[in-house]
Design a binder for this molecule. Structure first.
Ligand SMILES: Nc1ncnc2c1ncn2[C@@H]1O[C@H](COP(=O)(O)OP(=O)(O)OP(=O)(O)O)[C@@H](O)[C@H]1O
Ligand SMILES: [Mg+2]
Length: 355
């Protein structure tokens, strides 16, 4: 009977091997004859691996050899504690994607070699290629990380630009040209600051705090605040509330942001003097439905599928409103959709489940 460590190593659905500083294989978790079989352990590139064999002779592929060399250089120079990369083996379609992770092997803090773990990530890739929910989730998480990263990077330089512009305004008084341009700089900085805030919110969303509440009451607050923007465009609002009032599990603050976004879009799109209609109702299954409709030209059919994309905007805005709103509504277990036809104008529909 082999020792437990050996059995654990052999049971792993990955190929594990160690090499010494000369690149000689010192440990291998499966007998070489089993490599490449459909038993979960991915093949070693080139095959023919055996204890004592040189890794440089074992790996046939020049590209893989090169990547191993680079990884070992990174590890031996201490530039990173681990190195990993992926590569494809086999023919396209029938091929597999292997992930190699390498780390240093130390003995009393002295470098004695390297450990490699090769795992098969083919199925994971197939999942992320599918437009299925997990793939979608992983993609949006990645976008979220990038958004938060970019926002963090922009914060300090924006602060620097705004401080420098204010100093300039203070030092060069009574020069209308300087004053006008400093004003423009500060306005742009303010606009970028709101983009940064939206990016941060997108990248690191505030967790929802759900409590029973009536979404129509949330609408009341939003409409009250936006009365000025509707009046300035001479828009007439026709409103109907759900009867009897509905109780849903809501985060009133984040839901208000959603309503503000969809209302902002409708106000922007409606022609001056046009009509908005906001109708909420209680469906027989207990869900709350709300439809905000605006007049105006329909969204072109090639644009409509893109409106929920992050950073997609046809009005030179940030293009974050609908993607953020959809995420919040879906966090409530609801849906947010947009329909647009030349005959019927554009309508945003929000559905929320009962509390
Ligand atoms: N009610 C609407 N009528 C017509 N077009 C709309 C409507 N709502 C959204 N759109 C279209 O969808 C695009 C994306 O909307 P979204 O709210 O995500 O971004 P935005 O309004 O452009 O920018 P932001 O909301 O970040 O200020 C808009 O630029 C517009 O083209
Ligand atoms: Mg918007």
């Amino acid at each position: 009977m082999k020792p437990l460590e050996r059995r654990v190593l052999d049971a792993l659905p990955a190929t594990v091997f160690a090499v010494d500083l000369d690149g000689r294989i010192t440990l291998l978790n499966r007998s070489p004859s089993r490599f490449g079989q459909q038993d979960g352990a991915p093949p070693l590139p080139g095959g023919g691996a055996a204890i004592g064999a040189s890794i440089w002779e074992t790996i046939g592929d020049a590209g893989v050899k090169d990547q191993v060399r680079q990884a070992l250089a990174t590890l031996s120079e201490g530039r990173a504690p681990t190195a990993s990369w992926e590569f494809d083996v086999g023919s396209a379609g029938a091929g597999r994607t292997l992930l190699v992770q390498a780390s240093v092997l130390e003995d009393s803090r002295a470098l004695v070699g390297y450990v490699f773990v090769v795992s098969d990530t083919t199925t994971r890739h197939k999942e992320s290629d599918m437009p299925a929910r997990h793939g979608h989730k992983r993609r949006s998480e990645a976008i979220g990380d990038v958004s938060a990263g970019v926002a963090q990077e922009l914060r300090s330089p924006l602060f620097g630009i705004s401080s420098a512009a204010q100093l300039l305004r203070f030092r060069v008084k009574d020069d209308p040209i300087v004053e006008k341009n400093v004003g423009r700089i500060l306005r742009e900085v303010e606009r970028l600051n709101s983009v940064v805030a939206a990016l941060l919110e997108y990248g690191r969303p505030t967790p929802l705090q759900l409590q029973p509440g009536d979404p129509d009451v949330v609408w009341d607050g939003v409409l009250e605040k936006q009365r000025g923007s509707m009046e300035s465009r001479v828009l007439h609002l026709d409103r109907a509330r759900a009867e009897p009032p509905v109780s849903c599990s809501i985060d009133a603050q984040q839901l208000a942001e959603v309503f503000l976004n969809v209302l902002g879009n409708a106000v922007d799109a409606a022609p001056e003097g046009g009509k908005l209609s906001l109708k909420s109702s209680l469906a027989p299954d207990g869900t709350w439905h709300c439809r905000l409709h605006n007049d105006g030209p329909a969204i072109p059919t090639d644009v409509l599928p893109r409106v929920f994309e992050l950073f997609f905007s046809t009005k030179g805005a940030t293009g974050i409103g609908l993607s953020l709103s959809r995420r919040i509504v879906e966090g409530h277990g609801g849906t947010l959709s947009l329909e647009s036809t030349p005959a019927q104008g554009t309508a945003a529909t929000i559905v929320l489940p009962p509390a």
